[in-house]
Design a protein around this ligand. Structure first.
Ligand SMILES: Cc1cc2nc3c(=O)[nH]c(=O)nc-3n(C[C@H](O)[C@H](O)[C@H](O)COP(=O)(O)O)c2cc1C
Length: 228
């Protein structure tokens, strides 16, 4: 199995939203998890608790449960709130631009709510992939503290970069965070854990137009202040 230069991995990674119907071998899944386990964390607490799911029926059951809940008019059913409640600029503008770029590429009209919802539901079908990591944190670790959330964020990136290193593609998901309680129920996760996010991993369908999407970043000086 080949590995790659770290800068190539960081710059080469992009969220992929269509996968081949092919399972990642368990051995590779474990190698990705072993690499991600090297993520630094405060006091080396290693706050991530991961469910690495490759069971087709379980993935389908999770997706079915979320979609049924949404279609029945159910509200979000989450442990943690990922997205800001108040979208201020310039972040709001960036969010809108990123969404608009994807819909333009896919030739979806911005008023075509049905197609847009279908595209969102693809999240709960794991974009056709067969492997998903669900990352949880113990509630006590984030009771009045944010540090473990930072650690779990770094863990997310390392999962994705390790997968990239093994020639696989990924997409991180906050769409699952929003239904964390439903997911826990289907998977039988104890109540003292909160779902932070999931990461889909698999083999990119290179013929899919959606996978050519690579939203740009703002210029460096929009996010960095050099004090020299
Ligand atoms: C925490 C987090 C949650 C995300 N949730 C979703 C999601 O639910 N569905 C999705 O298609 N993309 C999701 N994304 C992907 C972002 O839209 C994507 O990272 C961003 O637009 C930059 O594009 P890139 O990953 O291709 O570089 C998420 C990304 C992060 C970091």
């Amino acid at each position: 199995m080949e590995t790659m230069n770290v800068i190539d991995a960081i710059k080469g990674r992009a969220s992929k939203r269509k996968y081949l119907e092919k399972k990642v071998p368990q051995e590779t899944i474990e190698k990705i998890l072993e690499a991600a386990a090297m993520t630094p964390s405060g006091a080396n607490m290693q706050p991530w608790t991961v469910y690495a799911v490759s069971n087709d029926k379980l993935l389908k059951d999770i997706g079915d449960a979320i979609i049924a809940h949404i279609e029945a008019g159910g509200d979000v059913d989450q442990h943690v709130q990922y997205y800001p409640l108040n979208w201020i600029n310039p972040y709001k503008k960036r969010r809108i631009l990123t969404g608009a770029g994807l819909y333009k590429l896919m030739e979806v009209d911005r008023h075509d709510d049905a197609t847009r919802q279908q595209m969102w539901f693809d999240n709960y079908r794991w974009f056709g992939a067969q492997n998903v990591f669900f990352v949880y944190v113990n509630n006590e670790l984030i009771n009045g503290a944010q540090g473990p959330l930072m650690d779990c964020g770094a863990y997310m990136q390392n999962l994705m970069l390790a997968a990239e290193g093994y020639g696989l593609a990924t997409v991180p998901q906050g769409s699952t965070t929003e239904y964390g309680k439903i997911i826990s129920k289907v998977m039988g996760v104890p109540d003292d854990f909160s779902l932070l996010y999931s990461v889909v991993v698999g083999y990119e369908d290179k013929s899919a137009r959606i996978n050519s999407y690579q939203p740009k970043r703002v210029k460096l000086t929009d996010t960095v202040t050099f004090l020299d």
